[in-house]
Design a protein around this ligand. Structure first.
Ligand code: C5P
Length: 214
């Protein structure tokens, strides 16, 4: 029989971008394919976990054995995460937009003499909110996509967000939308640097690491 070390555990994963509407045809978003987060959800399910995957707008197939909740905006993602609690572990991989348009237009904004000005409002920080919550998962993992000073920025993020691990992603190369990833695992104990590997191999290794930590 296949070992299922995460049987009986509930793991929450967020993945993909969020889309913040400007009007019915335009939006603000971060670059994110969702591939790494979907692979992590699938790898955790393969180890026997019950997995809730809160997914932003991506066209990827749902991994086997994963319960998927589709959302569009950061505020919808925050509500879906809240609705999925309690969880033993949360792995927040989503590239959430930091800002939304304060007052999205109900109709398409037409080009005219004046260039429109966009007023932004800050989105909720789902990871930091979960870290402070009285339903905080006992293992809370954030991601950090950085283009420089990857480890220093990730260490600062670990402290600022109040999570247990940061998976720091060096996105200075071709990571965005690509098949390979190069990550560092930052914890209170130090830094582990993993060799560049396919995103599904990174996902399997992370799922094993999570299973060992529980
Ligand atoms: O601050 P930054 O966006 O770099 O932090 C990245 C980490 O925080 C990721 O784990 C991401 O999913 C999470 N995050 C979040 N809500 C936000 C912004 C980021 O959960 N509004």
């Amino acid at each position: 029989p296949v070992p299922r070390p995460l049987a009986g555990r509930h793991v929450l994963v967020t993945a993909g971008p969020t889309h913040e509407p400007i009007d019915p045809v335009r939006y603000i978003a971060n670059r994110s394919s969702g591939k790494q987060g979907f692979a992590i959800a699938g790898a955790l399910a393969a180890l026997g976990a019950r997995v809730t995957l809160v997914a932003g707008p991506v066209t990827l197939a749902t991994p086997a054995g994963v319960d998927r909740v589709d959302v569009e905006t950061a505020r919808e993602m925050a509500a879906a995460v809240d609705a999925a609690l309690p969880a033993d572990v949360a792995v927040l991989v989503a590239a959430v937009a930091d800002w939304r348009a304060e007052a999205p237009a109900g109709q398409k904004i037409k080009k005219g003499a004046d260039t429109p000005t966009l007023t932004l409002a800050e989105n909720p920080d789902i990871l930091a909110g979960l870290a402070r919550s009285d339903r905080r998962p006992s293992l809370l993992i954030g991601f950090a996509a950085e283009t420089e000073h990857v480890i220093d920025h990730a260490r600062a993020k670990l402290a600022r967000k109040g999570c247990d691990w940061i998976v720091a992603n060096d996105v200075s190369g071709n990571v965005m939308g690509g098949a390979l990833n190069r990550v560092h695992i930052i914890t209170a104990d130090g830094v582990e640097t993993w060799d560049e590997a396919p995103k599904d191999a990174v996902a399997r290794k992370l799922a094993e690491r999570i299973s060992d930590a529980l």
